[in-house]
Design a protein around this ligand. Sequence first.
Ligand code: SF4
Length: 331
Amino acid sequence: MRLPLHLTVDQVKNQIRHRGKKRFPYVLMLEPLYTCNLACLGCSVERHTGKLKDRMSVAECLAAVDDSGAPTVSICGGEPTVYPELKELIDGIIARKRHIYLCTNALLLDTKLFDVVPPHKRLTVNVHLDGMRKTHDYVTNREGVFDKAVQMLKQAVARGYHTAINLTVFRETEIEEVEEVCKFVTDLGVDGILITPGYQYQSVDHDIFLTRSDTEEKFKRIIEISKKYRLTSTPMFLEFAAGMRDYKCSPWSTVTRTPNGWKGPCYLIGKQFYETFDELWNETDWEYWESRQDEGCTNCAMHSGFEASVVRGLGKSPKDVMRMAAWNLLG
Ligand code: SF4
């Protein structure tokens, strides 16, 4: 199967549990801290403060897991391996029978993960890799990051962790290099490849992001790559990103908790931060954000907004249901 069986089962159970509801969370994007040990070109300066004291407590993180009810928790940040209580946090989420995507630049995996948290079927190590050596070191703004990430990926595979990479496509990204990365990590034994369009949603210094037409052009070619490699983006999402089909956004599907509170309306846009999950849920104008009429949505084709729209649209098309089942079962 393309996605781990228990993850698919838990997502289906989540759909059944919320049957009849128009909106409910699929994934919690958990940012226990803003601090990172890199200063990548595509990132905002708020990530590089080094202020560890501003992090969320483990109790706050686990309360967010409970409040959201989402079966999958994506631990991002900041860099989660810098979070001092990482083991306690992972243990607490696994004890709640949720699946974790640990989104990491991999630099500290050997000391902060491999030494303290054994492989578990509910834990996926999701390594940021935006290209081969020259490109990745350029995007991460430091020499040697690619080599270390690859070394850590090899170790993760050898030790039995479930692994994935997350590759962001920027304006200058050559699609030939995307294919080269797919081949390279497939040969390493990595389990999944997530390719996302780089979209400017916060103030950053570098103009490297895709317009909607850039995204469409690049993703038409990525659809070809998806026929050869184990991409975890659904075929319908890739067609959406390529401009071949249309969806409303589902910003409520990936609720985001940060050290500043619950971020609304979506993972990308922080118009407002709320103290409680109920405030985020009840006070956000979901219909407005679903419509994508806000100017902040103009160039967006992020999986965090649209993969749930794909799932929501399955009810209208038995053909898409069959494609989705085949994509997961035979992938
Ligand atoms: S279209 Fe993108 S930016 Fe707009 S609400 Fe959806 S996910 Fe957020």
